[in-house]
Write a protein that binds this ligand. Sequence first.
Ligand code: CP
Ligand code: NVA
Length: 301
Amino acid sequence: MTRSLINLRDLSRDELLEVLALSELPIADLGAPMNGLGAALIFEKPSNRTRHSMEMAVVQLGGHPVYTRGEEIGFDTREPVEDVAAIMSGYHAIICARVFKHSVVERLAVAASVPVVNMLSDHSHPLQGLADVLTMRQELGELKGKTVAWVGDWNNVARSLAEASSLLGMSIRVGAPNGYQADPRELDDIQSLGASDINQFTSPEEAVAGADVVHTDVWTSMGQEAENAARLKAFAGYSVTEDLMKRAKAEALFMHCLPAHRGEEVAAEVVDGPASRVVKQGHNRMHSARGALAFLLGVKP
Ligand code: CP
Ligand code: NVA
């Protein structure tokens, strides 16, 4: 099976470091590995950052991105996922998909003869996790021994951030209400990737204590809209406010994958304040996407 990027835990620590190194190389040094080649970008859900950063990353590597909405492709309705993978493998050097069901990207990766990239599923968001650790490393230097706190839903973004952070030897603290926490067995498994420590709390104050970075995301992810009212109730008290940030290290940074809901998971004063690195993090989506594509195409840093 060709190498794909479905979850960050599929990378070794050294491979993750390679992707990060490629992400920071000048574009000219990457040698246009997609010259004359296509990239399929299929979106079953809306996107700003992922679509634009991936389209630009493909262009920067010399390739041609082809954007298609999920409805036009119709995974398993218009035709089976496996037929899409087989046909697109003849047109493109890489197939990328943002999907509702994680099993769809897994099946694409099995059936395609070119690399497949998960551009967000209900399970994980590996391209986001890459930008997150790239940003933390640029801000904090060596990440081994540093602490990242996740406040909110244990979701796709949380999982990819935790996997990447663990591979880099960070300490991870999760703060989430009952019913929205990580399965402790999954946390054990993520810890086995290299984290110095992983702990989970119901108290957001305990979760952020001593953290170098506080990270959050929306309480209701795409596809969960029917649960919105219940989630607003469950997550009341989990907003990242200036008061909550005071429990972290004095110089702690705030991060968010965006889009952000000011007044819900984060206060405007925090996401728009001096500790926030969300714009740099968003811009790094393009640099890390370029690094990830170059890695999958066999470029060495
Ligand atoms: N963070 C992120 O994936 O943003 P988009 O949904 O806008 O792509
Ligand atoms: N957890 C969010 C991330 C959006 C980039 C979602 O899946 O909607």
